[in-house]
Write a protein that binds this ligand. Structure first.
Ligand code: ADE
Length: 246
């Protein structure tokens, strides 16, 4: 999958050279290309921002360099989807990540300052996405989050041991808890079930814990997903045990 990232801070993206996105790039599963809107300015100071019409604090990214940059990229990839990372966008969740991972080419536009001239948003952008209800200093961190989450879903990006199928949210549930050695730490033991070697029983225990955690921490996720009869039975068991502990 190809990403074309429009940013004035390409250096920030060195974080993606590590770990899973780094390996995916080495294996040609993803290909990230960077574009600096300053290269599309027409003044000698290579200015990409200006004061807002109507007054107010901060600066606004100018339409022309952004517009020309997007069109340059689209000359070669006319079907690429243009995404603007913005707190005004649709909230990114795992379903959104799945949808984006099914695209062949994304152009990710990272704004800075107070935002981008609205005419670029209206004329050149296909979709706006937000990674959460808070304001970042620019779209770069959001673009990195998006690239990382998408990459995990691309065939071959994860080894078997890292399979995305078990990730939180892929099943519509939060993940169950994890433990590794030692068996006892600071007086606390690993749950006995996990030491039993009984694979089916362990899988059911993990599902029950995932259902229980989702019920306690993110009940709206459960509502959205719905439960099978068997899952409902496991959740009832979990709730009953929780009550007994109180
Ligand atoms: N740019 C600034 N804040 C953002 C957010 N929450 N999501 C995506 N892009 C952003």
């Amino acid at each position: 999958m190809r990403f074309d990232v429009i940013t004035i801070f390409q250096e920030m993206f060195s974080a993606l050279e590590h770990s899973i996105p780094g390996r995916a790039a080495t294996n040609n599963i993803i290909d990230i290309n960077y574009w600096n809107p300053r290269d599309f300015t027409k003044d000698k100071h290579r200015c990409v921002d200006d004061r807002p019409y109507g007054g107010g604090p901060g600066m606004v990214m100018m339409a022309q360099p952004m517009h020309d940059c997007i069109h340059k990229i689209k000359e070669k990839n006319s079907t690429a989807k243009v995404i603007h990372l913005s707190p005004q966008g649709q909230l990114l969740d795992q379903d959104g990540v799945k949808y984006l991972a099914a695209q062949e080419n994304l152009i990710l536009l990272c704004g800075r300052y107070e935002g981008i001239d609205e005419r670029v948003v209206e004329q050149d952008i296909d979709e706006e996405w937000s990674i959460g209800d808070y304001v970042l200093s620019g779209g770069e961190l959001a673009a990195m989050v998006m690239i990382d989450a998408i990459t995990r879903l691309l065939p071959g990006a994860l080894g078997d041991a890292e399979s995305a199928e078990q990730d939180s949210f892929t099943t519509g549930l939060l993940d169950h808890q994890h433990y590794t050695r030692p068996e006892a730490f600071n007086g606390q033991k690993v749950p006995k079930m996990l030491l039993s070697g009984a694979h089916n029983a362990i899988a059911r225990w993990r599902l029950r814990e995932a259902l229980g955690r989702t019920y306690l921490r993110r009940p709206k996720l459960l509502k959205k997903r719905g439960l099978s009869k068997d899952e409902q039975k496991l959740l009832d068991e979990f709730i009953k045990e929780e009550r007994e502990l109180l």
